[in-house]
Write a protein that binds this ligand. Structure first.
Ligand code: GLU
Ligand code: MG
Length: 463
């Protein structure tokens, strides 16, 4: 646990000067002090901007038990959220309000259940090894409306094609919404560079540039909140749920990962010097091997909900492919793989979905990759096959293993993984992994207790 720099936020005077000058012109009237719980749910208090100095020094207090799964009971002392000045984000659609991403402390100490603090600890350890992790996140979402009977449907009633991906007309019909999101992302200075209609009806992806891991995770949390808020203003729902419609492709949140030393991308190599031709360094291959070795366990953090595993399947939705991984594999610019190499110098992990807590997902991937580096693991040869059509026997012959097929299996794997256990850290009541597992087992159990329509249809009159 990096105890030193939780409070360091305020001692970096250049950063706080920046914050003061952003706020000094009087446009920002209110500040959100925001942190997330285990599930990545943003919690915040709204503080008037004239209390900026108090907020930076003393933080904002919360009754932790009320805030979600963040390791507290009703008997515990307040959580105190301390702003990170680097994260100041003015709400583009409401520029009199800005938010700080915060780290949580309790009684002056870093709180080991704070996901952002967990990631910062992991990044510090990587830094001590000479590595800075960069991440780009591709947050896919559905824009839907909720009907009176509780069902949902794409917000655009005309969006019914079997293969709507990239359909210019469908994108045009939603231009009003997606261009508002795109402009907002540009205003934030995140470099929005593309928007597309994705593979499912009602589904979109809006991209912004990669950054250091902490910044991207702060942005991912804000992006979800922003898109959800803008949709709500229109009476719509934007959802990052992995699989809202059984017959359509789900939503991923692919993480593009690389390790850097200053300006040098340590994963990059001239493809002509890479025997496998992918333009990756030996370090990157070791990182891949680490990801492969721990995928069955870290997927509990990159795909952390019951619903996540309905996305991670090979059976074709109406568009023809799920585009989501089901097997532990890597290779080429091939979207059937768990790890795709879209271009030299980075690894795309396709297990990740939008229901993840980005801080925990990044922590887990970093720990897995670094373990591969520390142990000098070899990922084997990249795979070029269409993994959706390989038979079980062919997969076995190639040594391709299957990812956990549900949350229960994934959480059990996670609990067995000592590398991830240590990366996620210890709390006052045992390892964070066990707390995570306890919460997720309850989630699994709650889902399992449901009697679904499918069960009634199948079993009611079978016997
Ligand atoms: N929606 C797909 C997924 O669930 C990804 C499609 C794409 O490659 O952009 O991962
Ligand atoms: Mg996509």
């Amino acid at each position: 646990m990096a105890t030193s720099d939780v409070m360091d936020h305020t001692s970096n005077s250049a950063l706080t000067d920046d914050v003061h000058s952003t706020i000094a012109d009087g446009r920002v009237e209110f500040l959100f002090a925001q942190f997330v719980d285990m599930h990545g749910k943003p919690n915040a208090k709204l503080v008037p901007a004239h209390h900026l100095d108090d907020l930076l020094t003393d933080g904002a207090g919360f009754a932790g038990f009320a805030a979600g799964d963040i390791g507290q009971g009703p008997e515990d002392p307040d959580l105190v959220a301390i702003p990170d000045p680097r994260s100041l984000t003015v709400l583009p659609w409401q520029p009199n309000v800005a938010r700080f991403a915060c780290d949580v402390t309790v009684e002056g100490q870093p709180w080991p259940y704070c996901p952002r603090t967990i990631l910062r600890g992991a990044l510090d350890r990587a830094k001590a090894m000479g590595f800075e992790m960069k991440v780009g996140a591709e947050l896919e979402y559905f824009l839907v409306r909720r009907n009176a009977d509780g069902s949902i449907e794409p917000a655009d009633a005309l969006d019914t094609m079997e293969q709507p991906c990239y359909d210019m007309r469908a994108l045009t019909r939603s231009l009003d919404f997606v261009s508002e999101v795109a402009n907002a992302t540009t205003l934030l200075g995140w470099d929005n560079y593309a928007t597309d209609h994705e593979d499912a009806n009602g589904q979109f992806e809006q991209n912004f540039s990669f950054a250091d891991a902490l910044t991207t995770c702060d942005r991912a949390v804000f992006f979800r909140y922003m898109v959800e808020s803008l949709a709500q203003q229109r009476g719509l729902i934007a959802t990052f749920m992995p699989k809202p419609f059984a017959h359509l492709t789900g939503s991923g949140c692919h993480f593009h990962v690389s390790l850097w030393d200053g300006d040098r991308n340590l994963f990059a190599r001239d493809p002509s010097e890479d025997p496998r031709g992918l333009g990756l360094s030996e370090l990157a291959y070791q990182f891949i091997a680490g990801l492969k070795a721990h995928a069955s366990a870290y997927i509990a953090l990159t795909a952390p909900t019951v619903n996540s595993y309905k996305r991670l399947a090979t059976g074709a939705p109406t568009s023809g492919a799920t585009w989501a991984p089901a097997y532990i594999s890597y290779g080429y610019n091939n979207r059937t793989q768990m790890l795709r190499i879209p271009e030299p110098g980075r690894i795309e992990d396709r297990t990740v979905d939008g229901s993840c807590n980005p801080y925990l997902a990044a922590t887990a991937m970093l720990a897995a990759g670094l373990d591969g580096i520390e142990r000098g693991l070899d990922p084997g040869e990249p795979n070029s096959a269409n993994l959706y059509t390989l038979s079980a026997a062919e997969r076995q012959a190639r040594g391709i293993e299957t990812l956990p097929e549900n949350l229960l299996d994934a959480v059990r794997e996670l609990q067995r993984d000592d590398v991830l256990r240590s990366a996620l850290g210890a709390t006052r009541k045992g390892d964070y992994v066990d707390y995570f597992a306890e919460v997720k087992m309850r989630e699994w159990q709650a889902a399992h207790e449901q009697i679904t329509k499918w069960e009634l249809d199948r079993y009611l009159q079978l016997f």
